[in-house]
Design a protein around this ligand. Structure first.
Ligand SMILES: NC(=O)C1=CN([C@@H]2O[C@H](COP(=O)(O)OP(=O)(O)OC[C@H]3O[C@@H](n4cnc5c(N)ncnc54)[C@H](OP(=O)(O)O)[C@@H]3O)[C@@H](O)[C@H]2O)C=CC1
Ligand SMILES: O=C(O)CCC(=O)C(=O)O
Length: 446
């Protein structure tokens, strides 16, 4: 770590003690952006990165609700409004017991860079709750969402802050959240994205994050003279991002061989084809079951309890579950088994040690803030459609998504070239930074 980064991180750590995920995300950006700032007079001496690591606003609130037994439950809700220099705050809501300030601040910070990369006018935010949806009835989910929105509604709006889904928040939850917002505000606006198609949603939004990650991987592979066709692909997670990443890999002729959830992973040596993927979608989205049930259904598959899928030989790895799920040892195993491309569908799934190994061996590595930006980009397209009161076709949205992912890829190449090797982490951080920093400079010290 150079002296500039060390002094900067000392300040950040002093102010954000007990927030390891946030510090990790900031350090990665500091390591790539501080030198760039020093080399460019317009940014130097303005403390821009120091301003960017401080949320414009961090809201924490009580959510009390009544469970099916009539007992009163209390959870904590949050919204981090990180940066609004280039547009209203935009970013998902996560419902998971691990949610805390550190996790939401890291997600909100990454969101600022990601949203900037999409080229759409969106600032960065993130929110959620430590509420655990697992095992809760539909009625409990609805009551929780309604009570959560009863408070959140004071802080958001279609021109202020536009939340969406993330872990534990899908189409069902967005519906309940939207219903309560509409009731409280007495207005029908595009205050959330990921809405149902009949009430303002966009085609391709459910698919967009997974599809986008695969489009990004395909851009990297094609630049290296190859493609995903015929390659074995290991995917972690089995939620929204993992499912649609798998669908796109299949459409492009790749072979998906794993899925996982928090209980373990399944390996199907014959490959997870379209019919098996439909089983996973029904299992996860409707029955809300466990991925182990895949191995009960298909004899070609084995379930590995409590393990992650990185030991399975593959050429392409798509981590699509959660932060820090792929560590240095896992990276070494992937590399020794011949993996040549890692594209993150999740946010910050690779630890700094893993990223270091990918860079050291010069394989293709895409950080989530670039490769999973297709989700929020399509949310941006949903906002445009809402404002114009029109709906684009599936093909129109998919074409725009592909164009945006190619643009992000090419921008990373411009800023991340290190003597022919593309450091996509550096490329994404600098490209994302420049647009936000320019807007902050233009708007003065506010
Ligand atoms: N949805 C979107 O549009 C976007 C999502 N992302 C990121 O993609 C990732 C996945 O999100 P999404 O698919 O939407 O979420 P879902 O809730 O649909 O699925 C999450 C998946 O990850 C698994 N998972 C969650 N936490 C853990 C954990 N601690 N250990 C192991 N597995 C875990 C879940 O397993 P289980 O069911 O057992 O908990 C589930 O399979 C997240 O990092 C999210 O921030 C990024 C950009 C946009
Ligand atoms: O679509 C959105 O607004 C948010 C997506 C998101 O949470 C993310 O990109 O991590």
């Amino acid at each position: 770590m150079n002296q500039k980064v060390a002094s900067f991180m000392e300040l950040v750590k002093a102010r954000n003690q007990h927030e390891p995920e946030f510090i990790q995300a900031v350090q990665e950006v500091a390591e790539t952006v501080l030198d760039y700032i020093a080399e460019h007079d317009i940014y130097n001496g303005k403390n821009i990165l120091l301003r960017m690591v401080e949320p414009e606003r961090a809201i924490s609130f009580r959510v009390s609700w009544v469970d099916d037994k009539g007992e009163i439950q209390v959870n904590r809700g949050y919204r981090i409004q990180m940066n609004s220099a280039i547009g209203p705050y935009k970013g998902g809501l996560r419902f998971h017991p691990s949610v805390n300030m550190s996790i939401l601040k890291f997600l909100a910070f990454e969101q600022v860079f990601k949203n900037s990369l999409t080229t759409l006018p969106m600032g960065g935010g993130k929110g959620g709750s430590d509420f655990d949806p697992k095992g809760r009835s539909d009625a409990e989910i609805m009551r929780f969402c309604h009570n959560f929105m009863a408070e959140l509604s004071r802080h958001i709006g279609p021109h202020t802050d536009i939340p969406a889904g993330d872990i534990g928040v899908g189409a069902r939850e967005i519906g309940y959240l939207f219903g309560m917002y509409k009731k409280i505000k007495n207005e029908f606006t595009g205050v959330l994205t990921g809405k149902g198609l009949s009430w303002g949603g966009s085609l391709i939004r459910p698919e967009a994050t997974g599809y986008g990650a695969v489009y990004f991987a395909e851009n990297m592979l094609q630049r290296s003279g190859t493609s995903i066709a015929g390659k074995s692909v290991v995917i972690s997670g089995s939620g929204n991002v993992a499912q649609y990443a798998a669908e796109k890999v299949l459409q492009l002729g790749g072979k998906v061989i794993t899925f996982s959830d928090s209980s373990g992973y399944v390996y199907d040596e014959e490959g997870i084809d379209a019919e098996k993927l439909a089983f996973v979608m029904d299992l996860k989205n409707n029955k809300r079951g466990r991925i182990s049930e895949y191995a009960d259904k298909y004899a070609s598959a084995t379930f590995f309890k409590g393990e992650k899928p990185w030991g399975i030989a593959c050429e392409v790895a798509l981590p699509c579950a959660t932060q820090n799920e792929l560590d240095g040892d896992a990276a070494e195993t992937l590399l020794s088994n011949g993996c040549i491309c890692v594209a993150e569908g999740a946010n910050m799934p690779s630890t700094p040690e893993a990223i270091h190994k990918f860079h050291e061996t010069k394989i293709l590595f895409a950080p989530g803030k670039a490769s999973n930006a297709g989700g929020v980009a399509t949310s941006g397209l949903e906002m445009s459609q809402n404002s114009l009161r029109i709906s684009w076709t599936r093909e129109e949205v998919d074409n725009k998504l592909q164009e945006i992912m190619k643009n992000i890829h090419d921008n990373c190449v411009v800023y991340g070239d290190e003597d022919g090797y593309i450091n996509y982490v550096k490329g994404a951080n600098i490209a994302g930074f420049v647009k936000v920093a320019d807007a902050m400079l233009a708007q003065g010290v506010v």
